[in-house]
Design a protein around this ligand. Structure first.
Ligand code: NAD
Length: 330
């Protein structure tokens, strides 16, 4: 049995090779993306593990079917880069790895909150200028005395709630389906508005949907406490970024920790060193003094990478052996 891993870093390749030894599967890895150019190298391959960023070329679905390949295992939770109708029409099963380390994202949300509250960026900039004075602009607040609103209390929201609770915060929250397991940790509110109006820290953990699209817009920012901070490690489309930048300038909130930006796709994860960014809103976001911006790295830990690679390999093995897997998307 032989599997091929596309778009693989040296670290991911090593994890896959180790997995192959344990499961008695030959593993070939490549840094190349999965494109039509790769078809000649797929002869004799039983399974594909991929990290697709843009849309998969439509011609690939029938071409893979002709080669007898039955699946593509995406190393990630999202699968919107695949055309499910085309995949199903060509008997290709797309699988994902729905949960690979909620704690990684939760810890990053906590990190962004602490960085903003303790003004670590301002302190760093002053140190670079050799200004070591203690002045009010770098005076922090105590996170443990704050009320934190968790919006979306699924896998990542719950892990984040536990972390804020562990430092002494009062944790409130909202979800369409409140979790009984969070009793004693999250005090559920009846509406998003009720939660955000009380919050010193708001941490977003909902999926993108018509209901959550630009949930944080001008009208919402007007309802926040002026010293509140907003953390988004979920999806960029939850926030109207232009409204956020205006609200920060007007003092409607104190700061924002942004790991996901609505129109990040052309830029992430790529090296744009020395090149201008065409997206002026993105440029304004990353340079705003009240924003800590990070390029969708909340998940990016050694633990998450290992779980992603092994999760995709396990799903591939399931399909090759049994014809299906619990992580199939179509
Ligand atoms: P999940 O499905 O486990 O939880 C999502 C929760 O949101 C669910 O409890 C659901 O009921 C709730 N929800 C959905 N629509 C809602 C609405 N309109 N109002 C209130 N609640 C609503 O998902 P998860 O694995 O916890 O992921 C949460 C978010 O984190 C997703 O947007 C995901 O894309 C994102 N994410 C980001 C990174 C990163 O690196 N930044 C990594 C993984 C996931």
């Amino acid at each position: 049995m032989k599997f091929k891993v596309f778009n693989a870093t040296p670290e991911e390749s090593q994890i896959a090779l180790n997995w192959g030894k344990v499961h008695n599967v030959d593993i070939e890895t490549t840094p190349h993306l999965l494109t039509m150019d790769e078809l000649p190298g797929l002869a004799g391959i039983d399974g594909i593990i991929n990290l697709q960023i843009g849309q998969l070329e439509p011609e690939l679905y029938p071409a893979l079917n002709q080669l007898g390949i039955k699946q593509i295992a995406q190393r990630g939770a999202g699968t919107d880069m695949y055309n499910m109708a085309l995949a199903s029409a060509n008997d290709i099963i797309i699988t994902n790895v729905p949960s690979y380390s909620p704690e990684s994202i939760a810890e990053f949300a906590l990190t962004l909150a602490l960085q903003l509250i303790r003004k670590t960026e301002d302190i760093r900039l002053r140190i670079e200028a050799h200004n070591f004075r203690w002045e009010n602009v770098i005076c922090g607040r105590v996170l443990g005395q704050m009320t934190v609103a968790i919006l979306g209390t699924g896998r990542i929201g719950q892990a984040t709630a536990k972390m804020f609770k562990s430092v002494g915060c009062r944790v409130i929250g909202y979800d369409l389906y409140p979790s009984e397991q969070m009793e004693g940790i999250i005090e559920y509110k009846e509406s998003i508005m009720e939660a955000v109006e009380e919050a010193d820290v708001i941490s977003l953990h909902m999926p993108p949907s018509p209901e959550t699209h630009h949930l944080f817009d001008k009208a919402m920012f007007e309802r926040l406490k002026p010293d509140a901070i907003l953390i988004n490690t979920a999806r960029g489309a939850l926030i109207n970024t232009e409204d956020l930048l205006e609200a920060l300038d007007l003092g409607l909130l104190a700061g924002a920790g942004i790991d996901t930006y609505e129109f990040e796709a052309p830029y992430i994860p790529k090296d744009w060193t020395g090149q201008p960014l065409e997206d002026q809103t993105f440029e304004a976001l990353i340079h705003h003094p009240k924003v800590i911006y990070t390029p969708h790295v909340a998940y990016f830990t050694d633990e998450a990478v290992k779980n992603l690679v092994e999760g995709a390999l396990n799903a591939t093995l399931d399909i090759v052996k049994t014809g299906t897997t619990q992580n199939r998307v179509n």
